[in-house]
Design a binder for this molecule. Structure first.
Ligand SMILES: Nc1nc2c(ncn2[C@@H]2O[C@H](COP(=O)(O)OP(=O)(O)OP(=O)(O)O)[C@@H](O)[C@H]2O)c(=O)[nH]1
Length: 304
C-alpha cells in the first residue's frame, strides 16, 4: 500500500510525463531558415523562419518558444565500469550561436551531408550520423537549433559558433559560455570561428578568438563550413571530448587550439624570441650585423 508521500510523487511524475508528451506532440515543426534545408525536410519559408529575434537575450525571460526537437533528458551515457562515456555514443553535439553564423551549414557539413541527404533524428531536426574517430565507430546527433532555456540543454559537447566576419556574434559566444558554465560546468565547449573564407570581411582576428578561448579554457577552431574546411577536425575534437578524452591525440598538433598544451603567451614569447636576439651579447656574436642588416626602421633606434 503506497504511503501518501509516495502517491504524491507518483502523481507528480504522471503529470510531468503528460506535459512532456503534450509539448512534443503539439509543438509545430519550427526551424530557422536562412539556409536551405535538406530537401526532404524543407518547410515553407514562412514556417521555417522563426523570427529574427536575439534568442539568447530571452534566455532568462519567460517561457521560450516551442521547439521542434527534444533531447533525451534521462540519458547519461556512461560506462558503468569506467565511469567514462561510452565510446560508441550516441553523442549529442549542440551547435549554439547567433543567427546567421552558419550553424545549419555546419550541422550539415558535420553530418557529412553536403549533398543534403543526412538522416534526421526521429524526434526532430537533429542530424544523426555514424562516424569513425580513432578507429572506433560512434553515433552522433547534431542539433543546430536549440531555442529553449540553456539550463534544459543536455548534450555531451557544446559547440559555440560565431562568424569571424561579425564581431557581435563573437561577443554572443562569450555570453553563452558564461551561461553554460553556470548551468552545466562539466560540458566541454568548443569555440568555432566560422566563415574563415571571407578574409576581407573579417572582424575578429584569430589571436583575439584564441585569447578568448583560453580565458574560458576551451578549444578554438577556425573553419569554413561552406568550404568544408576543417569540419573533419572539429568532428574529431568533439567526439574525443564526448568520449571524455583529450581532443588531440598525444603527439598530434592542433592548429588554433587554446586550452591545449601551450598558452598563447608562451607561443607569442617563443615567436618574439626567435625574431630578436635577447642580449647585446647575442648581437655581438652575430657580428653586430643583425639590426643593421635586417632593420633600419624606427622600431629600434639603437640600431642606427
Ligand atoms: N562564406 C561563408 N558563408 C557561410 C559559411 N557558413 C555559412 N555561411 C552562410 O551564412 C548564411 C547563414 O548560414 P546558416 O547556416 O543559416 O546560419 P545559422 O546560424 O544556422 O542561421 P539561422 O538559421 O538564422 O540561425 C548562409 O547564407 C550560409 O550560406 C561559411 O563558412 N562561409
Amino acid at each position: 500500500m503506497p504511503t501518501d508521500a509516495l502517491k504524491d510523487s507518483i502523481s507528480i511524475e504522471e503529470t510531468l510525463v503528460k506535459c512532456d508528451s503534450m509539448t512534443l506532440s503539439s509543438a509545430p515543426p519550427l526551424r530557422r531558415g536562412s539556409t536551405p534545408l535538406p530537401i526532404k525536410h524543407q518547410l515553407r519559408r514562412e514556417e521555417a523562419v522563426h523570427d529574427d529575434c536575439d534568442w539568447t537575450s530571452g534566455l532568462a525571460g519567460p517561457s521560450p518558444p516551442p521547439i521542434s526537437f527534444s533531447l533525451a533528458k534521462d540519458e547519461t551515457i556512461t560506462s558503468a565500469v569506467e565511469g567514462r562515456p561510452s565510446s560508441e555514443g550516441p553523442f549529442r553535439i549542440a551547435l549554439l550561436g547567433q543567427n546567421g553564423v552558419g550553424k545549419s551549414c555546419l550541422a550539415i557539413a558535420l553530418a557529412g551531408d553536403l549533398d543534403r541527404t543526412a538522416s534526421v533524428d526521429s524526434e526532430g531536426e537533429g542530424y544523426v550520423h555514424t562516424v569513425t574517430v580513432d578507429d572506433e565507430d560512434c553515433t552522433i546527433l547534431i542539433y543546430d537549433n536549440w531555442r529553449q532555456d540553456l539550463s534544459d540543454l543536455q548534450c555531451e559537447v557544446c559547440v559555440l559558433v560565431f562568424s569571424v566576419t561579425d564581431r557581435r556574434s563573437f561577443h554572443r559566444t562569450a555570453q553563452l559560455r558564461l551561461l553554460l558554465r553556470e548551468t552545466q560546468p562539466q560540458t566541454p565547449i568548443i569555440l568555432v570561428g566560422n566563415k574563415s573564407d571571407l578574409v576581407r570581411s573579417r572582424e575578429v582576428s584569430t589571436q583575439e578568438a584564441l585569447t578568448s578561448a583560453s580565458l574560458f579554457d576551451c578549444l578554438y577552431v577556425e573553419m569554413s563550413a561552406s568550404l568544408d574546411h576543417r569540419t573533419a577536425e572539429l568532428l574529431e575534437y568533439a567526439v574525443r571530448l564526448a568520449r571524455g578524452l583529450s581532443p588531440v591525440p598525444p603527439g598530434a598538433c592542433g592548429h588554433d587550439m587554446a586550452g591545449g598544451r601551450e598558452s598563447i603567451t608562451h607561443r607569442a614569447k617563443r615567436f618574439l624570441t626567435s625574431l630578436v636576439p635577447r642580449y647585446p651579447r647575442d648581437r655581438e656574436r652575430e657580428g653586430g650585423k643583425f639590426f643593421r642588416q635586417k632593420s633600419r626602421s624606427c622600431h629600434d633606434l639603437g640600431a642606427l
